[in-house]
Ligand binder design. Structure first.
Ligand code: TTP
Ligand code: CA
Ligand code: CA
Length: 617
């Protein structure tokens, strides 16, 4: 059975920010509703926290719409309208303001909700690739194969899939594929209109299901094409079950696509919305691509796409495919071959699903057009400080939930566009400056903001004769690395022995020292030990809990069995304290160190609410 085929599911959440607000406030369900983004042009506008009443009416309805419920779409409301425009055409619309903090939108509630979805979907996936705040591609090949093995095709899998999925072989699908990128960005009016425009029903889809059944159950098996079709249909059941789970446990509806690669699966996902899913079988791809605007394909929406359109005088994928292949390759010697394969939907031209659950970077940016342009370094520094405050919160969450910390800080600066009679905003020039940053587990806002300001100064020194006119400013933390949770006592002390006095970097570790926050019972990594010997506080350096520096706070767990070999590796003052405590416990009738019958290479010491477990591999 087609061994190399990948079954890819793609999920896009329906009117996502609205959906998140509806889970937080059930009174918004079923009503026309939109999320508007706060206009922070006015410096010092108050923070509007996620838990506050953020419903805006009348004159309070500032800002532009960024997410629209399907009820509001049916009334003509689109993204990019202002809240006031929406109220004019839909007076009963509920407008919810995005939370704000640090003088700008605070999107953490939406990001957290997106991560919950990713975590749920990944349970049945071979690989899970988070593509954006509300989109995920998953490799569900193993699950699809399992269903084919375990369940009957003709009486179970196919009829069930038909009940929960669309096929892309239909007029409705083709109509949805032909929608312009601009319309999709605005949040087009939805499926009802597309369906009406396409001439109504899904009768042609029923015929396609019948055709599929007869092909896949005929005698001339095994036909490799049938195997692929069966796998995709089984994948549709997996996706339907996952979508139902997302709805039941998180309260969000989403749309899904299933295909042999993530480009086609994403395309399928957008064909029937909301709360529906579509399977793109390989033989339907050419028809689907025929009227698909070129810029709807990932990577062809920007300059490269514009270049292709201009070079061949085309605007759809179908037109590109109709262009003689050698002309395409002659005009684009480096990428022509790939482009032809990509536009045909070939799996080989699309990356497989990467296993990437987590965000690659934490970033923040803001635009300052017209009179809001930043013209003084102090203004830039002010915003970098604001960004640093917000990024710090997200960094702390990243450390807490995923034990990851960024290693690079990047400041991006847009200049030149959108002022007076000067160039238009799209003629902005973008500049970036970056430097490495060592936040580790306990980085501060100050560290982020001083590094950011230093980056800006470096850039500004190079352009200082030009008057400052900054139209966009961004700050990001990237280069996420897993924070070391295991530290070698042995290698640490070996290194320490050769440099006996100074602080050591013990990142090259093999045995483990784990600091455990006793209250949470979760393992919290201890930062590298800093000294060969010294006060006990050094032993706990970097542990994210309050601690005291006094040795008298060191508490040996009652009944702890201490391995002498482990103990011998510890700084001498800890050894002394552990021995003293063991002695006290012995005196109190507890088991003594010398009475350990079966030494385990494990020890545990506690200070305050922190326990350090020590083992040697
Ligand atoms: P989308 O997936 O583009 O749209 P949507 O989820 O609101 O609606 P649909 O049902 O059509 O998929 O974007 C996801 C979220 O990202 C959206 O809810 C709000 C946010 N967003 C912006 O803030 N600005 C934008 O320009 C876009 C396109 C989205
Ligand atoms: Ca969406
Ligand atoms: Ca999306």
């Amino acid at each position: 059975m087609a061994p190399s085929v990948q079954v890819v599911g793609f999920i896009d959440m329906d009117c996502f920010y609205v959906a998140v607000e509806r889970v937080r406030d059930a009174s918004l369900r079923g009503l026309p509703c939109a999320v508007v983004q706060y206009n922070t042009a006015v410096r010092g506008a108050p923070d509007l926290l996620a838990d506050m009443n953020r419903i805006r009416q009348g004159h309070d309805a500032m800002g532009g719409i960024i997410a629209v419920s399907y009820e509001a779409r049916a009334r003509g409301v689109t993204r990019q309208m202002s809240g006031k425009e929406a109220l004019k055409i839909c007076p009963d619309i509920k407008l919810v303001q995005v939370p704000t903090g640090f003088g700008k939108a605070d999107l953490r509630i939406y990001k957290a909700a997106g991560e919950e979805v990713v975590a749920l979907l990944s349970r049945r996936a071979d690989a899970t690739e988070k593509r954006s705040v509300d989109e995920v591609a998953i490799d569900i090949t193993s699950e699809a194969r399992r269903l084919i093995r375990e369940r009957d095709w003709a009486t179970d899998l196919l009829p069930k899939a038909k009940g929960v999925s669309h096929l892309a072989d239909s007029a409705v699908s083709r109509k949805a594929a032909a929608v312009s990128r601009e319309s999709t960005r605005k949040g087009h009016e939805g499926q009802l209109k597309i369906q009406a425009d396409a001439g109504g029903t899904h009768d042609d889809e029923d015929a396609a299901w019948e055709h599929l059944l007869s092909r896949t159950t005929s005698d001339n098996q095994p036909d490799p094409a049938c195997c692929v079709q069966k796998l995709l249909v089984a994948g549709a059941i997996v996706i339907a079950e996952l979508r139902a789970q997302v709805k039941d446990s998180l309260g969000f509806t989403c749309s899904g696509g299933v295909a042999t690669n993530k480009m086609l699966a994403k395309l399928g996902c957008g064909l029937h919305k909301p709360d529906q899913q579509t399977v793109v079988l390989p033989h339907t791809v050419p028809l689907l691509m025929r009227d698909l605007p070129l810029d709807r394909l990932a990577g062809l929406g920007g300059d490269f796409g514009e270049h292709i359109k201009a070079a061949f005088g085309i605007s759809t994928v179908g037109e590109l495919l109709a262009t003689p292949r050698h002309d395409v390759i002659r005009a684009l010697p480096e990428r022509g071959e790939w482009l032809c394969a990509f536009a045909s939907g070939k799996d080989s031209a699309v990356d497989p699903v990467k296993d990437r659950h987590l965000t690659k970077s934490l970033s923040n940016c803001k635009t300052f057009f017209g009179s809001n342009r930043l013209t003084k370094p102090e203004e830039v520094n002010h915003w970098l400080e604001e960004f640093a405050g917000e990024l710090h919160l997200r960094y702390v969450e990243e450390v807490k939930h995923h034990q990851r910390a960024p290693t690079t800080l990047c400041v991006s600066i847009g200049t030149g566009g959108g002022h007076g009679s000067g160039p238009a905003y799209w003629e902005q020039e973008q500049h970036t400056k970056q430097q490495s940053i060592d936040l580790g587990r306990r980085g501060t806002v100050f560290q982020i903001s001083t590094n950011a300001k230093a980056c800006f100064r470096k850039w500004h020194r190079g352009v200082k004769e030009v008057p400052l006119a900054i139209t966009s400013l961004g700050l990001s933390l990237t280069g996420m690395v897993q924070i070391e949770s295991r530290v070698s006592i042995t290698s640490y002390f070996a290194a320490a022995a050769s440099v006996p006095t100074s602080a050591q970097d013990s990142a090259s570790a093999t045995a483990t020292v784990e600091a455990v926050e006793a209250a949470r019972e979760g393992v919290v990594a201890i930062a590298p030990l800093a000294r060969k010997s010294g006060p006990i506080a050094h032993f706990f350096r970097g542990a994210p809990v309050k601690r005291t520096a006094s040795k008298s706070d060191l508490i040996l767990e009652p009944g702890s069995q201490i391995d002498e070999a482990v103990l011998a590796e510890l700084p001498w003052d800890i050894q002394l304290e552990v021995r003293a405590q063991t002695q006290r416990q012995t005196d109190a009738g507890r088991e003594s160190l010398s009475a350990v019958k079966k030494p385990r290479r494990f020890g545990e010491v506690r200070t305050g609410n922190l326990v350090a477990k020590i083992t040697i591999d």
